[in-house]
Design a protein around this ligand. Structure first.
Ligand SMILES: NC(=O)c1ccc[n+]([C@@H]2O[C@H](COP(=O)([O-])OP(=O)(O)OC[C@H]3O[C@@H](n4cnc5c(N)ncnc54)[C@H](O)[C@@H]3O)[C@@H](O)[C@H]2O)c1
Length: 394
């Protein structure tokens, strides 16, 4: 094992940080998991999971082996050779980047950095965050110089929650460093836990790479959503068309239409670039257009639903409507940015009688934006709530 990284800290033990911490722990590194949420820290130390697709056994084994422990004490990063930051990067109410979590964490660790330690940001963000926003805070708070007294790098997560066979260690990991030595350190760190590490020339290039990956998806989903509406008007089934196009063995990649984007990445990350681009006097037209088209799909779904009910002589008001799926994608319990919430809001405004079914989210817990739905329960998947006739035709 590489001797220079015996103890590391992973800060932010959510969908990204927890599996990453476990991957390092399973690779022979002693991992300190740090989170401001005491419930998560307690769960970790008790060997319990709070993310459905992460097994409690993986946590309890690592805890039992002494290779993983949870803490809310940022001062303990002084024990660590590397600190990896995986905290949220949402948008503010006015849809601007909210770096407060990243910067709060940066301030909290700065005074406790071990000499020579490596600090890596994993949170998705705009180019320049690591070097322009974090570096001055780390240098001021530690009295140390980046690239000399401590090292700094950026490495985006490529977590694919809920997809069977998705293994962190197998997915190539992009890394950019503040200096060539920072890069070498970061490559050495990730090589302990990940099979393929891909070095890039700078933190900014690595930050920009992650945004390209997510913008690529947002734009292509918008394209197929637009085609869905157009082909539908022509009486053509988009799903059949996509299946047909998929048989082309080169130059095509399938994307699928839906009621809108969800999750913590695709609806949000492109706007980090849009915001930063304005500083350079540049407009991100593809990003804005994709956002507009993807958001408009909600109204399209409601319009189609209204037409279908109308054809049966029914208004939306008073109709019983069941939404299938609350999580933003299959096989996860993550409901962040799920378009189902917006559909619930739109249909409630039209006085429909609403229910949802999602085996991964039996009850809606607390959310920042959708508190009016807190406590609502998923219906059971049985004859009483979903008659067989509906199931076979769905
Ligand atoms: N979820 C994904 O599939 C995914 C994929 C790739 C990249 N990302 C990016 O990774 C980052 C983290 O996303 P996530 O899905 O893991 O978020 P998450 O909300 O699941 O987890 C973030 C964790 O950070 C903790 N936290 C918040 N502020 C903190 C602070 N100041 N100090 C310590 N801990 C703090 C929270 O309590 C939470 O446990 C985001 O930038 C996101 O865009 C997410």
């Amino acid at each position: 094992m590489t001797q220079e990284f015996q103890n590391i800290a992973v800060i932010g033990l959510g969908y990204v940080g927890l599996p990453l911490a476990l991957q390092f722990a399973a690779s022979g590194v002693k991992v300190l998991g740090v989170d401001i949420d005491p419930a998560k820290v307690d769960a970790i130390n008790a060997g319990r999971t709070y993310i459905k697709h992460i097994a409690a056994e993986a946590i309890s084994q690592a805890i039992g082996a002494g290779s993983f422990s949870g803490s809310a004490d940022f001062a303990r990063v002084s024990e660590c050779d590397a600190v990896i930051i995986c905290v949220p990067t949402p948008l503010t109410k006015t849809r601007e980047p909210d770096l407060s979590y990243v910067l709060d964490t940066t301030r909290a660790i700065a005074a406790h950095l071990k000499p020579g330690a490596l600090v890596v940001l994993e949170s998705t963000t705009y180019p320049g965050t690591t070097e322009e926003e974090m570096r001055p805070i780390l240098e001021a708070g530690s009295g140390k110089i980046a690239g000399a007294d401590f090292h700094l790098a950026y490495s985006p997560e490529r977590e694919d929650p809920g997809t069977a066979g998705s293994k962190i260690g197998k997915v190539p990991k992009i890394v950019g460093g503040y200096t060539p030595q920072c890069l070498a350190k970061a490559v050495a760190l990730y090589s302990i836990a990940v099979e393929t590490v891909v070095p890039l020339s700078s933190c900014r290039a690595a930050e920009a790479t992650k945004l390209l990956e997510n913008i690529f998806r947002s734009v292509n989903i918008a394209l197929v959503n637009e085609l869905k509406v157009i082909y539908s008007a022509m009486g053509i089934d988009i799903w059949e068309v996509i299946e047909g196009a998929k048989t082309k063995p080169f130059g095509f990649m399938p994307f699928y239409p839906g009621p809108g984007l969800g999750g913590h990445c695709i609806p949000i990350d492109p706007f980090y670039l849009a915001w930063k681009a304005r500083e350079f006097g540049k407009h991100t037209r593809f990003i804005e257009l994709a956002g507009e088209i993807n958001t408009a799909m909600l109204e399209y779904v409601v319009q189609r639903l209204t037409e279908v009910l109308n054809a049966q002589g029914k208004p939306v008001k008073g109709s019983k409507i069941l939404l299938l799926g609350l999580a933003y994608k299959p096989n996860v319990d993550d409901m962040r940015e799920s378009p189902t919430f917006a559909l619930l809001d739109l249909l409630k405004a039209r006085q429909a009688e609403l229910a949802y079914y999602d085996p991964h989210i039996p009850v809606i817990g607390s959310t920042r934006e959708h508190s009016q739905w807190q406590g609502m329960r998923s219906v059971e998947w049985n004859e009483a709530t979903i008659p067989a006739s509906m199931r076979s035709s769905s």
